[in-house]
Ligand binder design. Structure first.
Ligand SMILES: NC(=O)c1ccc[n+]([C@@H]2O[C@H](COP(=O)([O-])OP(=O)(O)OC[C@H]3O[C@@H](n4cnc5c(N)ncnc54)[C@H](O)[C@@H]3O)[C@@H](O)[C@H]2O)c1
Length: 300
């Protein structure tokens, strides 16, 4: 028996990359899966149901249950219909993995309004819209005395947590996804829903152009390492894990994000001319909030 036996999952952006690995792993562990993918380019252009359909066929060929869904997850009504499809096809919903994403990297000074709007929409609204509709389903179930042991697993990024140059749109969205996860974990706990986020590191079409990797590094960037954690978090065993951001998830391990916290305190002053000395004292004693600290993760 798998650890997600009999559970129903939606995985967004599951036609390729890490989402595909999540869908296959969840199915392998006994879940029935709605395989969502809009199927556009890495920059979010176009649509094609083929990749998601192929994942559905792969799951069925291995004896699992899956249905295809071609929603744009950042479209309010399509996201609602996706949640409804899970309920109609499999009699309920237990797991929502918000994974769909695109990239439009540019230095902020060159970034167009469209680059900004589309990346923010796909990642942030594409997390909010399915979560909202799923949470409303779970709230009604809870009110009717049928509380489900439910999960939302969102996708942040090292870029959002530590700050990658050239990704102001994407990083802002992914930092937003981390905060969204912490806030909604606090809101949804009372109706039986856990919410966590992960920042994956994997070799997919999103990252393959960025740098050459081979050998052990390539093997540790196989999405299956991440999928195993997602399946565990989706299982009944993980009912007590919520509000966490796993800050670096790959074959070299997972780090538990330690989040924003108060650092050294400077003395307040009403006079601007008196601010500097105490402020600089505090800054000298403070840790880094990105950049350099992140580099320690790149060479395990
Ligand atoms: N690969 C990495 O190392 C890495 C690192 C950090 C974060 N991430 C995040 O992990 C997630 C998966 O990325 P990946 O590397 O597998 O990329 P990928 O491009 O291989 O897969 C993303 C999938 O999302 C789908 N998608 C895009 N917009 C959609 C929409 N509006 N509605 C439905 N589906 C949509 C695409 O068609 C694609 O199949 C993304 O959120 C990405 O930002 C990946």
């Amino acid at each position: 028996m798998g650890i997600c036996e009999g559970r129903v999952a939606i995985v967004t952006g599951a036609g390729r990359g890490v989402g595909r690995a999540y869908a296959l792993k969840l199915a392998q562990e006994g879940a029935k899966v709605v395989v969502n993918d809009l199927g556009g380019s890495a920059a979010g252009a176009g649509a094609d149901l083929t990749p998601a359909q192929e994942v559905v066929e792969e799951i069925r060929a291995a004896g699992g249950e899956a249905v295809v869904n071609g929603a744009d997850v950042s479209d309010w009504e399509q996201a609602r219909q996706m949640v409804q499809q899970a309920v109609d096809s499999f009699g309920g919903l237990d797991i929502l993995v918000n994974n769909a994403g695109i990239l439009r990297d540019r230095m902020m000074v060159n970034m167009t309004e469209e680059d900004w709007d589309l990346v923010i929409k796909v990642h942030l609204k594409g997390t909010f819209a399915p979560s909202h509709h799923a949470a409303n389903y779970w709230r009604l179930e809870s009110k009717a005395g049928r509380q489900r042991d439910a999960r939302i697993i969102n996708t942040s990024s090292g870029s959002g947590l530590f700050g990658n140059i050239g990704q102001a749109n994407y990083g802002a969205a992914k930092a937003g996804v981390a905060s969204f996860s912490i806030i909604t974990a606090r809101e949804l706990g009372r109706i039986g829903v856990t919410v966590n986020a992960i920042a994956p590191r994997a070799q997919t079409r999103m990252t393959e152009g960025l740098r050459e990797v081979s050998g052990e590094m390539l093997e540790r960037r196989d999405p299956e390492w991440i999928a195993a954690l997602v399946a565990y978090l989706s299982s009944p065993e993980a009912a007590d894990i919520t509000g966490r951001v796993f800050a670096e998830v790959w074959g070299y391990g997972y780090t538990v994000g330690d989040g924003w916290k108060h650092g050294p305190r400077a003395t307040a002053s009403r006079g601007a001319g008196e601010v500097g000395e105490s402020l600089r004292h505090a800054l000298a004693a403070a840790g880094y909030n990105g950049g350099i600290e992140r580099d320690t993760f790149l060479n395990p």
